[in-house]
Design a protein around this ligand. Structure first.
Ligand SMILES: Cc1cc2nc3c(=O)[nH]c(=O)nc-3n(C[C@H](O)[C@H](O)[C@H](O)COP(=O)(O)OP(=O)(O)OC[C@H]3O[C@@H](n4cnc5c(N)ncnc54)[C@H](O)[C@@H]3O)c2cc1C
Length: 462
């Protein structure tokens, strides 16, 4: 016999929780189903713990810059401080009882177990002892997130390789680490572990790091890491992995080998859809993502939000979608999701932020572009900042419409400067307006004004 509620949310990561809270705030009876920890990946093993690590690594790097700015410094890195902070402040030893109390305190019902769709969008929840309960709702929301996609490499299965989960729970920094994957996650871990004393090698199969961004971003990321003595191997495919007592040996397609104490797999994520019963609501159970429309509808009475929708694996995308899905469930008029200005940050130091189209995407879409650039080191603030001031702004403008369609902001506080550029792209702000505003002196944001000047200079009909 089905228990009846207004809404069932399967998965209690950031996206699922955001929908659940909004629906509950509007007075609906809401049931949250969670098979792991409330808060999902972001709160427990991803954004929050890794950014605490980034903060710690940045503090070390900044202290090591003191001799060039302010005297002398002696820095002794101690991972125990970072591990304690993650354990005590971020995850409470990976115990979500506080988050559960917060949830139920708001009137959201929580059922622990694995949710699976049944015909008509009903949800069958199986608990850890195999007990089942069935729920029927007017709205079912899927928010089951992703898991590490571990590549099928000869010898890898069965070895004690790490994923982001092991790295987030790290209590001691190893002597050496090989990071498989040169995307944002691999880059962030590489720099953090290097700053805490590990010898780090990144192996990336593509011919450049962060290869979804333009080549100038890849080159900047590589320069940044190599400057800190991270070894970067691009265009390198792993043929075989071996593990013995001393650690891992990775054999590359050119016959070369890389040995290290630990191996971290950061080769992307796969959506948790396999056992979700998508076929029960007429969706392809083998699909890599759940297809949704602008209001996040996946099927009649079923919505999907977060990483599983394939619109960018970011917390801010999940919470943005949650807002739209909740409004739609509540029958409120809402604009469909608009992904023209999704910000993407790589939290290495200096930070790399990008938003909107890359130059390659703009070319694919047939946009006639004009590019404006500015060098952060040559800006007033960059000059003042001195050591650690590497970076650049690139503006990608649609030459026919005179608006920005993409931008890169790399440098100190690069992710913060990105906010201005995100707004400009989101709002379709005319270049003339961006050119007429006042940029505080001497902020890093002022480099945007320099890049705008370069953009105007690049205009043949100016
Ligand atoms: C190392 C790392 C660092 C990152 N850093 C950032 C960052 O700085 N900024 C940023 O924006 N993004 C970052 N991300 C991405 C971000 O973590 C994800 O975009 C975000 O967590 C996705 O949220 P979600 O709710 O869609 O899924 P998840 O957080 O994965 O939550 C899904 C939840 O569903 C549960 N679940 C799955 N299947 C079922 C089922 N059948 N029944 C019941 N429960 C189920 C899971 O247990 C999980 O709790 C990072 C990712 C990684 C890996």
């Amino acid at each position: 016999m089905d228990e009846q509620v207004d809404a069932v949310v399967v998965g209690s990561g950031v996206a699922g929780m955001a929908v659940a809270h909004r629906l509950r705030d509007a007075g609906l009876s809401v049931l949250a189903v969670e098979q792991g920890l409330i808060g999902g990946e972001c709160a427990n093993w991803a954004c929050v713990p890794t950014k605490m690590m980034v903060r710690a690594g940045d503090a070390l790097a900044e202290a090591r810059r003191v001799p060039e700015l302010a005297g002398s410094s002696a820095v002794e890195a101690d991972w125990a401080v970072v591990a304690r902070r993650i354990r005590d402040q971020a995850t409470h030893c990976w115990d979500d009882s506080r988050k559960a109390a917060e949830l139920t305190g708001k009137g959201i019902r929580l059922v622990r177990g694995t949710g699976r769709l049944q015909e008509g969008g009903r949800v069958l929840v199986t608990g850890d002892r195999g007990q089942t309960r069935s729920f029927a709702a007017r709205a079912t929301v899927l928010a089951t997130g992703t898991s590490p996609a571990v590549p099928d490499i000869d010898g890898l299965a069965g070895t004690p390789y790490w994923t982001n989960r092991d790295a987030a729970e790290l209590t001691e920094v190893p002597r050496s680490v090989t990071v498989l994957g040169g995307g944002p996650v691999g880059l962030e871990f590489a720099q953090i572990l290097r700053r805490f004393g590990a010898d780090v090698t990144i192996i990336e199969a593509a011919d450049r790091l962060v290869d979804r961004e333009d080549p100038e971003v890849s080159a900047f990321a590589e320069r940044t890491l190599v400057a800190e003595c991270v070894r970067v191997l691009t265009g390198a495919r792993v043929d075989r992995v071996e593990h013995r007592d001393a650690g891992f040996t990775v054999t590359l397609n050119d016959g070369g080998t890389v040995a290290s104490q630990r191996l971290l797999i950061a080769t992307g994520r796969a959506a948790n859809l396999t056992d979700l019963g998508l076929d029960a609501i007429g969706l392809d159970p083998r699909a890599e993502t759940v297809d949704v429309d602008g209001r996040l509808r996946a099927a009649p009475g079923v919505w999907a939000v977060g990483d599983i929708t394939g619109h960018g694996q970011f917390t801010h995308v999940g919470t943005y979608q949650a807002r739209i899905a909740a409004a739609d469930i509540l029958g409120l008029a809402v604009e469909p999701a608009d992904y023209r200005a999704v910000p993407r940050c790589v939290f290495v130091d200096p930070e790399i932020g990008a938003v909107g189209l890359t130059q390659a995407q703009a070319a694919e879409q047939g946009v006639r572009v004009r590019i404006g650039r500015a060098d952060i080191a040559e800006s007033a603030r960059g000059f003042i900042h001195h050591v650690g001031n590497e970076g650049f702004i690139t503006l990608i403008a649609d030459a026919d419409r005179d608006v920005l369609v993409g931008a890169v902001s790399a440098g100190p506080a690069g992710g913060e400067v990105l906010g201005l550029l995100t707004l400009a792209i989101h709002a379709g702000t005319p270049l003339s307006v961006l050119n007429s505003m006042i940029y505080a002196y001497p902020t890093f944001c002022r480099a945007v004004e320099d890049a705008l000047r370069d953009l105007v200079a690049a205009d043949p009909v100016r």
